[in-house]
Design a protein around this ligand. Structure first.
Ligand code: DX5
Ligand code: ZN
Length: 229
């Protein structure tokens, strides 16, 4: 009985490798590798060259990924006017669809549209955007993605102020009785993963740290172990 209770209380931080750092010439191989690992989600970065100064990949590539991916597909839209594509991403197999706070004039309406399409609704915050801006909408958000780098590129270094934002967001979620998950995106490694989980993070995105590793499967296992307590 005691053991069961302890198990139930254990924190299981989710790990979401970012496919942006995969080898696109061997995409199927890399997707199968994540399928075989302890990773929980696939994180998919869609960039339009307008909201962020980079273009990643679009619908045909996501369609190809969806065909092989056996885990939750977490799509991070770094695009202007995301409302135009909500249905498209639902049809392509997205399970979580995250839009940027800074890209949405009518965020509440966008969140309802994402949920009406059968997906979980996420909101990403740029490093300069305060978590307090979500106070009036937090109960409608399934996931908040705190950007721990400026969006647009993989392989950047982690912004230290993120820990404080995670704590503030966790307090807001608790105060409002919301069920929102906290995701961290950018510069996640074994150096900050544990501290992020302790601060209240539920999902850690890791791109270059996983795919750039000698042994990505062992690296994911390591992140899982570090963040379970
Ligand atoms: C950045 C993307 C991230 C990126 C993370 O704009 O949203 O998801 O792929 O890559 P790393 O883990 O290399 O910082
Ligand atoms: Zn991302």
């Amino acid at each position: 009985m005691l053991n069961n209770k302890l198990l139930l209380q254990m924190k299981n931080t989710l790990i979401a490798p970012s496919v942006l750092a995969a080898d696109f010439a061997n995409l199927q191989r890399d997707i199968e590798m994540i399928n075989a690992s302890e990773a929980d989600w696939f994180h998919i970065d869609i960039m339009d060259g307008v909201f962020v100064p980079n273009i990643s990949f679009g619908m045909p590539v996501l369609e190809a990924i969806s065909k092989h991916a056996k885990k939750t597909i977490d799509v991070h839209l770094m695009i202007v006017d995301p409302d135009r594509y909500i249905k498209t991403f639902a049809d392509l197999g997205a399970n979580v669809l995250t839009v940027h706070y800074e890209a949405c004039t009518h965020l509440h309406r966008t969140l309802q549209a994402i949920k009406a399409s059968g997906m979980k609704a996420g909101v990403a915050l740029n490093p300069h955007t305060s978590v307090t801006l979500l106070e009036d909408v937090i109960n409608d958000i399934d996931l908040v993605c705190i950007m721990s780098v400026n969006p647009g590129f993989g392989g950047q270094s982690f912004i230290e102020n993120t820990y404080e934002k995670v704590r503030q967001l966790k307090a807001l979620i608790t105060k409002k009785g919301a069920a929102t998950q906290i995701e961290i995106d950018g510069g996640v490694t074994n150096k900050n993963a544990k501290q992020l989980a302790e601060a209240g993070a539920d999902v850690l995105v890791a791109g270059s740290y996983v795919f750039g590793a000698q042994d990505p499967i062992a690296t994911v296992a390591d992140l899982k172990k570090l963040t379970a307590f």
